[in-house]
Design a protein around this ligand. Structure first.
Ligand SMILES: Cc1cn([C@H]2C[C@H](O)[C@@H](COP(=O)(O)OP(=O)(O)OP(=O)(O)O)O2)c(=O)[nH]c1=O
Length: 198
């Protein structure tokens, strides 16, 4: 079986892959995550996931390598909310998300020397109304700074989320159902399965 490389510095993605029993080696990439002019959020996350996988593939000295790249972004009124650049940016994002529904888009790309397959998963998330004091208190936890949309549903941020529709694991960083199917197509097994699919 080929070695799977995870093209990600995100501890969440490593934890999620480990959760489903997939063995992998981390090979993080450093790419420019700016959106292109006029690029839709779907095209943006798909491009970033593919780029992370393809850049890692060119860096890894292993002909048999299989690489997984992923990207998660928050979309509000068609606008991409990435990771906050500072406290003011995080406060603005959390105020914009307060009391409203937004979408999480997570793309997963799996590639080897022959092909690259990518899937985008959308999840709807509803926030409860947040007061300025709650936003300040949440910022002070330190949790928002490295997360798209300035929150983490898997942490203290769970308190802010009143409802979700779709894939919880996709919000955290990797849609596990879809990821397992993509990996199976590349003969990468999870929890001891032989790669024959679900
Ligand atoms: C909305 C949300 C995002 N996030 C995280 C997932 C991603 O790690 C991050 C979005 O940034 P990404 O650019 O997708 O990922 P990353 O920079 O952490 O790692 P890499 O590019 O190396 O793969 O936000 C949460 O952990 N919980 C959440 O609820």
């Amino acid at each position: 079986m080929a070695t799977l490389y995870l093209a990600s510095a995100s501890p969440r993605r490593a934890e999620l892959l480990t959760q489903i029993g997939v063995s992998f080696v981390v090979h993080a990439t450093d790419i420019d995550e700016s959106a292109l002019p006029g690029e839709t959020p779907e095209c943006y996350v798909e491009r970033l996931a593919k780029t992370k996988a393809m850049v890692a593939l060119t860096e890894i000295d292993d002909e048999q390598a299989c690489v997984l790249g992923s990207d998660t972004t928050v979309v509000l009124d068609g606008r991409i909310l990435g990771k906050p650049v500072d406290a003011a940016d995080a406060r603005a994002m959390l105020s914009a998300l307060s009391g409203r529904e937004h979408q999480i888009l997570t793309a997963v790309a799996v590639a080897d020397q022959q092909r690259c397959t990518v899937q985008v998963v959308g999840t709807r998330v509803w926030f409860c109304p947040l007061s300025q004091a709650e936003i300040e208190a949440y910022w002070a936890t330190g949790e928002p700074c490295d997360k798209a949309g300035a929150y983490g549903i898997q942490g203290f941020g769970a308190v802010l989320v009143s409802r979700i529709e779709g894939s919880y694991s996709a919000v955290v960083g990797l849609p596990l159902h879809e990821t397992a199917a993509l990996l199976a197509d590349f003969d990468i097994a999870c929890w001891g399965r032989d790669g024959a699919g679900l």
